[in-house]
Design a protein around this ligand. Structure first.
Ligand SMILES: NC(=O)c1ccc[n+]([C@@H]2O[C@H](COP(=O)([O-])OP(=O)(O)OC[C@H]3O[C@@H](n4cnc5c(N)ncnc54)[C@H](O)[C@@H]3O)[C@@H](O)[C@H]2O)c1
Length: 425
């Protein structure tokens, strides 16, 4: 039985660890966060779409074990890194987590081990920075004494039909032997493995996928403003365009980008491109358009209040949805935080409602909101309702009797459920 160590048991690492365990591997889940280790030992889940029963079943079978002791990679045949790759305060790549993990495991790497990086990053990270810390700390040579590869994760949070084993996995290796090892490893747990010629191609593939989304979201956000000025409904246009059976796929406008990937990953490439004297104009422009969206939403809120003779200052505003995406409990980089910040700066009193996030967790970026609680119910005692996330609960909610204005940034409220004062932003 092969032993696979998965380091970083978050949104990416935990489902992957479970999939390897289900596929018959012995899995060692490693994380520096003791609450996650504790949860796994006790068969609890800390990610909404990962059933606790799955964790309990794999732990009970002895297939999944969790630990904070990174030296235990010495017993693993393969080590997969799923740690964060955020941007720093200057919006530059922060490889600290990847490189710290590399440094921590290097002295314990046994010859012949396969190391795979899954964290999204710029091309060259695996075969230069990560390779260097692993070689320095282990005294081993990559591609000769141990194997090294990159394989990007493709998570689709909130999609109940998305299963780890069914999503094709791109893999690039440092050498043909590294690629062979990595392809064989993922072949145990994932139905389709897509080998590519290098770690850099695999890294670049992930960035292409995320840049494609960022640019297309920016395009519909811009068209929303242009068509809006012409009194044309962008959502109706998208529904019509969607009927084209080829050459088009729908993207939807919204209050701004959110989540761990799209607002961050493209800028990994922007940073790296500078080293080659290249500019990533599409990425920058998309970033500019998407980050301006919360300002547009605030303008529409101001207009909605103004129509009732009210000012933003002193208005009581309820934002519906804190999660960055429908039906998930993930608030990372959520545009709702930007909306709260901007509306409060104008003097509004802002509350939020989110059935998936009852209390705002501690985050590095929005520490000031930690502990703030979701209101229990959507009541009419506000001056304005602002729908920021298209949760199913809001799609079903009947707002038609509300006298309060409702600004909908997602086109989520069905025509028969809209209040009289309804605006889209
Ligand atoms: N969430 C997604 O949908 C998604 C999709 C594709 C790719 N990714 C990429 O995958 C990577 C991980 O993302 P995530 O969403 O799983 O992040 P996450 O924050 O949910 O999980 C990361 C985990 O790593 C742990 N960790 C941090 N430093 C560590 C260290 N030195 N040693 C051991 N554990 C450590 C943290 O405690 C945390 O549990 C990122 O590069 C991200 O860009 C994420």
């Amino acid at each position: 039985m092969q032993t696979v160590a998965v380091i970083g048991l978050g949104y990416v690492g935990l489902p992957l660890a479970l999939q390897f365990a289900r596929s018959g591997c012995r899995v060692l889940g490693l994380d520096i966060d003791p609450t996650k280790i504790d949860a796994i030992h006790n068969g609890r889940s800390y990610i909404a779409h990962v059933p606790a029963a799955d964790i309990a079943a794999q732990s009970a079978d002895g297939r999944l074990e969790a630990s904070a002791d990174l030296s235990r990679v010495s017993a693993a045949d393969a080590v997969i890194l799923c740690v964060p790759t955020p941007l720093d305060a200057h919006r530059e790549p922060d490889l600290r987590y990847v490189l710290d993990t590399g440094r921590a495991i290097a002295p314990h790497l046994a010859p012949g081990t396969l190391v795979v990086l899954e964290s999204t990053t710029y091309p060259g990270t695996t075969d230069t920075e990560l390779r260097a810390v692993l070689e320095q700390g282990s005294g081993l040579v990559a591609g000769k004494d141990f194997h090294l590869a990159f394989s990007p994760e493709r998570e689709d949070p909130g999609n109940p039909d998305s299963q780890v084993q069914a999503i094709p996995k791109v893999v690039g290796g440092l050498t043909p032997a590294c690629l062979e090892k990595a392809t064989a490893l993922y072949g145990k747990a994932i139905r389709t493995v897509v080998p590519v010629s290098s770690c850099r191609v695999a890294e670049a593939t992930k960035l292409l996928e995320n840049i494609f989304r960022s640019v297309n979201i920016a395009l519909v956000n811009e068209l929303k403003l242009v068509y809006g000025a012409m009194d044309i409904d962008i959502w109706e246009v998208i529904e019509a365009a969607k009927t084209k059976p080829f050459g088009y796929m729908p993207f939807y406008p919204g209050p701004g980008l959110g989540g761990h990937c799209i607002p961050i990953d493209p800028f990994y490439l922007t940073w790296k491109a500078r080293e080659y004297g290249m500019h990533t104009r599409f990425i920058e422009l998309a970033g500019e358009i998407n980050t301006a969206m919360p300002d547009h939403v605030v303008r529409v809120c101001t207009e909605a209040l103004n129509r009732e003779g009210k000012a933003v200052k002193g208005a009581r505003i309820l934002i519906l949805g804190l999660a960055y995406k429908a039906n998930v409990d993930d608030d990372r980089e959520s545009p709702t935080y930007k909306l709260i910040e901007k509306l409060e700066a104008l003097g509004a009193t802002v509350a939020y409602h989110d059935p998936h996030i009852p209390v705002i967790p501690k985050t590095r970026e929005h520490a000031q909101y930690a502990g703030r609680k979701s209101v229990d119910a959507i009541t009419a005692d506000h001056d304005l309702l602002l729908l920021a996330t298209a949760h199913e609960a809001y799609r079903k909610h009947d707002f038609s009797a509300f006298k309060t204005s409702l600004v909908d940034t997602r086109n989520a409220v069905a025509p028969q459920h809209r209040p009289e004062r309804y605006l889209r932003a």
